[in-house]
Design a protein around this ligand. Structure first.
Ligand code: GDP
Length: 290
């Protein structure tokens, strides 16, 4: 039942509508207010929240519940459909030969995600390889190598080479036998010109089938500018939200999804290679609505 997927606080509001045969403007307003409160505290962008509120209000007041549906279930269905519309379905990740590039700021969780995704693909019966091109962050090579070992997947990196484009090229050659090549790139503390330039060069050399933007769940409004820049420079096909094992609910990532016209591909919730799952809207909606 849809209701099970909605957050507990919203469920409370919905319960107060139980038994009503008609739902008036005040009732809808109350539901929408509750949704707004939850989404804003989950870091969802205020414009997105307003858009969603308007659609829910309009539909809840204008659409007649189909015969046999209670007014409450009708509103519930509208809320759910509009939330799915906002959040989107999971990014399509075909189980076939491909090259995936990861982009994002330093500390967002790219290296960890690269190993996690490789582990995920290996569990799906494919042969993945991680290619580490991050020559900027000290320790990135060792970390990626160690995590790839933990995931029991092939790894390519070159600690003696400081040219990421070169490493990317050689990495693709060295891992030619792999089905899925996951290319980890360097981040920076902020969006600096040299980061954009570097990732564009890697993008040209690698020509990935898909590029995923890795975002920390705690990202708030900063997501917008980041997403826009990465979208402009390399094109973003999907978003990975990391650190969902913390307190942040990851609503900021929706801004990135909106900005890039993409969707969410994976969720990361922990530091080990197994702590990854494919995104699915229901669980995420319930998390956002608290
Ligand atoms: P990068 O600079 O983007 O490559 O980021 P890293 O992969 O090195 O991650 C930065 C830090 O966040 C590391 O300490 C990771 O262990 C940690 N981290 C990454 N993903 C997660 C996650 O899903 N949950 C938690 N708790 N920590 C994570």
């Amino acid at each position: 039942m849809v209701l099970d997927d909605l957050g507990s606080s919203l469920r409370g509001t919905m319960d107060s509508l139980r038994g009503k045969s008609r739902i008036d403007e005040d009732d809808v307003q109350e539901v929408v207010k509750q949704i707004q409160r939850s989404l804003l505290s989950a870091d969802v962008d205020v414009d997105l929240v307003m858009e969603l509120s308007d659609s829910i209000k309009t539909r809840a007041l204008e659409e007649e519940p189909p015969g046999g549906t209670t007014a409450r279930d009708h509103v519930l269905k509208i809320v759910y459909e509009e939330m799915v519309d906002l959040i989107g379905e999971s990014t399509e990740i075909p189980l076939e030969e491909q090259t995936i590039m990861l982009a994002g700021l330093q500390g967002s969780g790219k290296t960890t995600t690269a190993a996690k995704m490789a582990w995920w693909f290996s569990k799906k019966g494919l042969r993945p390889a991680v290619i580490q091109t991050d020559t900027f962050r000290p320790g990135a090579y060792d970390q990626a190598k160690q995590m790839s070992e933990n995931a029991e997947v092939e790894f390519y990196g070159d600690p003696d080479n400081d040219d990421p484009v070169d490493i990317a090229r050689e990495g693709l050659e060295a891992t030619a036998d792999a089905d899925v090549r996951i290319v980890d790139t360097a981040g920076r503390h902020a969006l600096e010109d040299d980061l954009i330039e570097e990732i564009e060069q890697i993008d040209d050399a690698v020509d990935p089938d898909r590029s995923l933007l890795v975002l920390d769940a705690a990202i708030g409004q900063g997501a917008k500018e980041q997403a826009r820049q990465f979208e402009e420079s390399i094109g973003i096909d999907g978003v990975v939200i990391t650190k969902l094992d913390g307190t942040a609910k990851g609503g900021g990532a929706l801004t990135a999804v909106n900005e890039t016209g993409s969707s969410i591909a994976f969720l990361g919730a922990g530091e080990t290679v197994q702590d990854i799952e494919r995104f699915e809207p229901n669980g995420f909606i319930s998390r956002l609505l608290g």
